[in-house]
Ligand binder design. Structure first.
Ligand SMILES: [Zn+2]
Length: 299
């Protein structure tokens, strides 16, 4: 049905990622012929309760950023309580699903920034940083520890807090220090924890780029996987250089796009009532204009 499938909300397509298969609810990533990720599409559902993530995306589509901030916070708390069915947040595991909860907190802070709610953005950013720090006692692999520092830096930026540059530098240092423990940085870079840390940046970047993938996986990572410390440290260095100005642009424009899910160009069924585009973005349970995140209408 969808002619252009992409990794969940990421637009990240590392070299060697040989296939991405998606259904309504599931994403399967195959890396060099090996299954590396199989997960729920766009969200980590923890219960049959209200899907706050779906509501958050719908609020973004409605440009109700205060409401979106609230819904992303609720999605975060839901996800942090139970990152996956039968899985608690205080269990060491390789994929780092619990990072999705931190991602939602960071995104909540971004929404409040766009809504002009600096106070709530600051609180949410502080919260995201505290949760990321606490998770360092759980996700103890050095690469995961560094990624949580990267998320803590994102939290400082999203919350409008001080010392953002230093926080990204600390994360880059942590990645370099992790080098001896990392033999396959690309595999780490495609785990849910690392994807959670990439998504807010990409969401902000596509907001300024007509909905396109503005930051590719190769942009975010170093050139040489054989130098794993440098390869992963590039994430933090790149964010330090690019993320603040991208966020400033989004806040100035008062527009934050929905995350990019599964997209299709020139879909004959739908048309955007706002900009007329028929490039479509399926994300959560919404069908949105890929260009301006307005809900599309059937022709
Ligand atoms: Zn549109």
């Amino acid at each position: 049905m969808h002619s252009n499938t992409e990794a969940d909300g990421r637009g990240l397509t590392p070299a060697g990622l040989t296939s991405v298969k998606k259904s309504r609810r599931w994403t399967v990533l195959v890396w060099m012929g090996t299954l590396v990720t199989m997960g729920a599409q766009d969200r980590v559902m923890s219960s049959e309760e209200t899907d706050h993530y779906e509501q958050a995306v719908a609020a973004l589509a409605g440009r109700s950023y205060d409401t979106a901030g609230d819904s992303f916070a609720r999605a975060a708390w839901q996800t942090l309580a139970a990152p996956r069915p039968e899985q608690g947040p205080f269990e060491a595991e390789q994929k780092g699903w619990v990072g999705t909860g931190v991602r939602y907190l960071v995104t909540s802070a971004l929404c409040y920034r766009v809504a002009g709610r600096q106070d709530r953005a600051r609180h949410r950013g502080t919260e995201a940083g505290a949760v990321a720090a606490d998770l360092q006692t759980v996700l103890t692999h050095p690469a995961q520890q560094a990624c949580l520092e990267e998320l803590a830096a994102d939290a400082r930026l999203a919350g409008g807090l001080d010392d953002v540059g230093d926080a990204y530098s600390d994360a880059a240092d942590a990645y370099r220090t992790s080098a001896g423990s990392v033999d396959n940085p690309q595999r780490w870079g495609t785990t849910p924890l690392f994807e959670a840390a990439a998504t807010p940046l990409q969401q902000v970047a596509r907001s300024t780029a007509n909905g396109e993938i503005a930051i590719a996986w190769e942009d975010l990572h170093g050139p040489d996987p054989a130098a794993p410390g440098q390869f992963l440290a590039h994430r933090a260095t790149y964010k330090r250089q690019r993320f603040p100005s991208l966020l400033e642009s989004v806040v100035d424009d008062g527009y934050l796009a929905a995350p990019r899910g599964t997209t299709e160009y020139n879909n004959e069924t739908y048309r955007c009532p706002d900009c007329g585009s028929n490039d479509v973005n399926w994300v959560a349970d919404s069908v949105l204009c890929m260009r301006c995140s307005t809900p599309v209408e059937q022709r």
